[in-house]
Design a protein around this ligand. Sequence first.
Ligand code: ZN
Ligand code: ZN
Length: 416
Amino acid sequence: MSHYFHALIHSPSSLPVPSSSPGGGAPAPSLIAASVASPSRAVRLQRAKASVERREQVMAEQGGTAALGWAARDATGVLSPYNFSRRVPRDDDVTIKVLYCGICHTDLHIIKNDWGNAMYPVVPGHEIVGVVTGVGGGVTKFKAGDTVGVGYFVGSCRSCESCGKGNENYCAGVVFTSNGVDYAHGGEPTKGGFSDAIVVSEHYVVRVPDGLPLDRTAPLLCAGVTVYSPMVRHGLNAPGKHLGVVGLGGLGHVAVKFAKAFGAKVTVISTSPSKRDEAIQFGADEFLVSRDPEQMKAAVGSMDGIVDTVSAWHPIAPLLALLKPLGQMVIVGAPSKPLELPVYAIVPSGKGVAGNSVGGVGDCQAMLEFAAKHGIGAEVEVIKMDYVNTAFERLEKNDVRYRFVIDVAGSLGSAA
Ligand SMILES: [Zn+2]
Ligand SMILES: [Zn+2]
């Protein structure tokens, strides 16, 4: 997913420098495996683990809240129950009992240390819906009993240009919800939503509007805002626009729903003809099989924008041909090999290619209000916490329609 790049930029550990040669790009899995297996790395991990445990012990003694989560301990990615402490709430902190948490592809990459930046034990989860159980003295936006959401990040510098413009997601000091480095709180590795409770500054918490089904809302906190925010930014959120959605997975299926709710005409573009019925069922007007040259040719120059959600390598020139002059493609997937961008595909007709990673706090709040107004939710398979390892195995094989969501409160015991 798009968070791959964040992981590269903000990784606290040193990553192998990606090769710029064709076929390079991401660190080769074998390289990562080798570095994980080397004794010096194992020793470093051991020391880091010991220091984390010491910090947690100190925190618990200082009055942190006991929490129960599920954590991966090493690159096997296998999760098991894990007792730890949440920080002592500060003035601007909200304590949240986690009700539901979605499973994102990013979680899978992190627990398996695919990006070489895992800080075990890793408690995944950044698609969190919960209820407020306590607020600090300075909290103004929330009170106990409020239904709230937490997405991909729980902190940022709040003083840079990006933060000033509400693009906290692009702040150089962004703190990820899971496996992030919490600079403002002693450099603690953050622990995500696969846990009974979480403590988050109110600035990074959003309100879940009444009427939204909470399980179907959880994936909107990452997958939803990832596709909603670029549609708004690039002006594709208007009736009469024709939008292409490439790939019909966790991101793509909510992209179709948002685009239809904006009043756009939507065409789903997929390699597999078998997805046609579901695409139409989610509201798509048309369906294009990208491997069928005749179908692709007939659609050349017809679209105002394209949201490309595909994480596997794929040719983009045929997709760019589908855009009208000055049309905009937005890439939200993260193939590990560089995509090919021939200039002829964009220069003569002034087309744009942009990236997008989740959205700011304001975007996320606006997205939820919009979802509530239009009855938009993700298609989910709700699971118990003890099914999580099987869920990750299935996710790895793309065997999910369309997002796993863990019933955290219903299967992990109640929060403090
Ligand atoms: Zn995600
Ligand atoms: Zn900032």
